[in-house]
Write a protein that binds this ligand. Structure first.
Ligand code: ADP
Length: 447
């Protein structure tokens, strides 16, 4: 036990309860406990003393200081005769709340009640000199009469009542403040909810407007496709008629034309042919855009298709400086639409031949990651990087690019990309101006 003893006394008769009460208060004051804690300690001691004395046995009271850690005032009240601890603990439950800790034990020499109260951090230091001084003071303490003690208790009661009233007033003031704050918070909350609701309404309205706008856009795009399809369809018949009539006029069975007339009729025929190409391209694209192209899935024999392309495109190679190479396919079959696939490849090969002055145009295919990759590579003019996406827009042609032979409508690539999508794949280009272009069509091998 490291505790340093302060003083001891013995409770024998009822009168001693007053003495222990006074001493308790005195010790508490001397070691630096505050006024209210002094009263708490004194009350606890007199209560425990009263309960212990009721058993009729004497009780030893010892005050000491535990200096280690937070300095603590310890009070031990011991009584011979064991077996009463549990009952006592029950009786002293409320009293225990007046101190920091209270323990009731049955020991070999009897029942012991231990109470502890920590000293406040501002209390004067308990040096050995100070401890001696306190001990001296306590030995000289002259106990007052019960009447004196009654007066002291009354005084304490009045002080306690005053404090209670002050605390109640404080509480009332705090409550009022809290109520005020609550009202403020509620007002703020209401305002925020209102603002949130308004914002929400705005967002909902905005979404409705957006929906409406995209529906309008969809309708406009559908109308455009319908218009293109109808107009090109309607134009096809008269344009074909013009071409036929032109042919009739220059036919050997017709009346002889002057050379000037023959030249003009030829002009009409080529213009009409160009127009027919444009009308046909427009019709194809409009059909693809309107989702009116349903692929006809089947096993496509690539070897046969490549052979056919080789044959039909060879006549287009008009310059000896350009070589058309169609590699043997390393992938024998593919599940796709034969007509649409051939259309895309023909389109890419025609473009390559149109924009290549010397070198080669090469078609090949290879399997990659479960897909088929068709590559059309040329050594032609190439396409500037910033225009490589634009060439897939309708009617877009690279400014200044002049085809080596033939003409164009600017509809071939957008159509080819549409078809690639319809076949479940995609079309992209890599190109370096002056070096050539590579168009890659990637399609799934099994549809
Ligand atoms: P066009 O009927 O004009 O060929 P496309 O849509 O097929 O229309 O092509 C659009 C434009 O992209 C072409 O006018 C040309 O400027 C460019 N282009 C397409 N293919 C090639 C290529 N292989 N080499 C260089 N330029 C190309």
């Amino acid at each position: 036990m490291t505790a340093e003893p302060l003083m001891r006394m013995r409770l024998r008769v009822e009168q001693d309860i007053f003495v222990v009460r006074q001493l308790g208060r005195e010790v508490a004051r001397a070691v630096g406990l505050e006024s209210q804690d002094q009263t708490r300690m004194a009350t606890a001691l007199s209560e425990v003393g009263r309960v212990l004395l009721a058993s009729g046995r004497d009780t030893d009271v010892a005050f000491s200081i535990e200096p280690i850690g937070v300095p603590t005032l310890l009070v031990t009240m011991a009584q011979p005769g064991a077996g009463t601890a549990i009952r006592l603990a029950g009786q002293l439950q409320l009293v225990g709340r007046l101190v920091d800790t209270m323990e009731v034990d049955d020991g070999s020499s009897g029942t012991v009640v231990r109470m502890a109260r920590r000293l406040p951090s501002g209390a004067p230091r308990l040096t050995p000199d100070r401890m001696d001084e306190i001990r001296d003071g306590l030995t000289q303490h002259v106990p007052g009469t019960p009447l004196d003690e009654l007066a002291v208790q009354n005084q304490q009661l009045i002080t306690a009542l005053d404090e209670v009233r002050a605390q109640r007033d404080d509480l009332a003031r705090l409550n009022a403040e809290l109520e005020e704050t609550n009202r403020g918070v509620m007002a703020l909350y209401n305002q925020l909810s209102q603002e949130l609701e308004e914002t929400n309404r705005g967002v909902v309205a905005l979404y409705a407007e957006l929906d409406e706008k995209s529906a309008q856009l969809r309708a406009a795009s559908e109308a455009k496709s319908r218009f293109l399809a109808n107009v090109s369809h309607e134009l096809r018949a008269p344009v074909t008629a013009i071409i036929g009539l032109g042919r009739l006029l220059t036919d050997s069975g017709s009346d002889e034309l002057t050379s000037e007339q023959a030249r003009q009729v030829d002009l009409i025929r080529t213009s009409a042919s160009d127009l027919l190409t444009l009308v046909n391209d427009l019709l194809d694209l409009a059909k693809a855009e309107a989702g009116r192209i349903e692929p006809n899935w089947s096993e496509v024999d690539l070897k046969a298709m490549f052979g056919q392309l080789r044959g039909t495109l060879r006549p287009m190679v008009t310059r000896p400086e350009v070589e058309l190479v169609v590699d043997e396919p390393t992938l024998p079959v593919l599940r796709s639409d034969e007509v649409l696939l051939a259309q895309v490849l023909r389109n890419l090969l025609t473009n390559a031949l149109k924009f290549t002055e010397t070198g080669s145009v090469r078609l090949s295919v290879r399997p990659i990651d479960g897909d088929a990759e068709f590559v059309v590579a040329d050594t032609g003019t190439g396409i500037p990087p910033e225009l490589q996406e634009r060439i897939f827009e309708e009617f877009y042609q690279v400014p200044g690019s002049k085809p080596v032979s033939g003409k164009g409508t600017g509809l071939g690539l957008p159509y080819a990309r549409r078809l690639a999508g319809i076949l479940g794949g995609g079309l992209r280009v890599d190109s370096a101006p002056g070096e050539g272009s590579t168009f890659t069509l990637r399609l799934p091998i099994t549809s």
